[in-house]
Ligand binder design. Structure first.
Ligand SMILES: [Zn+2]
Ligand SMILES: [Zn+2]
Ligand SMILES: [Zn+2]
Ligand SMILES: [Zn+2]
Length: 211
């Protein structure tokens, strides 16, 4: 194609839909970042406007697999003000013996003769760097250094302000009872559409206090 030709999208309507859904995702992200700032109400209203446009033009579906229904409406999920926070730990291991550096016999202020060995990812056991001047097999005198062990995930908890503002729930299972109430009858495997994003705001729900 000559450089001055303007590429015609193969399916402009699909591309428009993709762009619109992306802008809804970004509007929700923006709210998640701004919820504690003075811009939160602006971001909130903006998300409603974008969601109404996207839902009105392209629709908003309830996801289903077999007889389980999932709420994936970004605007509705945005009104559930909780997200995930993860608790991690890792230990600092000694580069010489791989034991916990606080309890192993090596002293941090003492040099030891170490045989250079690069790990499969290219990291040097003596200096811990990638692409260092050490050669495998040579012996160098070096201090032991701490190496972080692999992080261990202990728990994932629901919190109202996750440390990562974007760590929000992506979908929530809808109970058959709630669906039946909203629809007047059970969904019975039918496709269900969401119209909540076209309606005025019905408020936020906060994480219940659990004690
Ligand atoms: Zn919706
Ligand atoms: Zn050690
Ligand atoms: Zn090295
Ligand atoms: Zn709202």
């Amino acid at each position: 194609m000559p450089p001055h030709a303007i590429a015609q999208p193969a399916d402009p309507w699909r591309e428009l839909e993709a762009a619109a859904r992306t802008s809804l995702a970004r509007a929700v992200d923006a709210y998640n970042f701004l919820e504690d700032s003075e811009l939160s109400e602006l971001a909130h209203r903006h998300a409603h406007h974008v969601a109404a446009l996207v839902g009105g033009l392209f629709g908003c579906n309830i996801e289903s697999s077999e007889d389980t229904y999932w709420d994936v409406c970004r605007l509705t999920l945005m009104h559930d003000r909780w997200g995930m926070s993860a608790g991690f730990t890792s230990t600092r291991n000694c580069s010489l013996c791989a034991q916990d550096i606080d309890t192993c016999p090596h002293l941090l202020d003492t040099r030891y003769d170490i045989t250079v060995r690069h790990a499969r990812d290219g990291r040097c056991n003596v200096c811990g760097r990638l692409g260092c001047p050490h050669t495998d097999g040579e012996t160098v005198s070096a201090f032991p250094r701490p190496v972080m062990s692999e992080m261990q995930l202990h728990e994932v908890s629901l919190v109202s302000r996750p440390r990562d503002p974007l760590a929000r729930l992506a979908k929530i299972e809808l109970s058959q009872d709630a669906l039946g109430q909203a629809l007047g009858e059970g969904p019975a495997g039918r496709d269900v559409c969401c119209y909540r994003c076209l309606h005025p705001c019905s408020g936020f729900s906060q994480l219940p206090n659990r004690h």
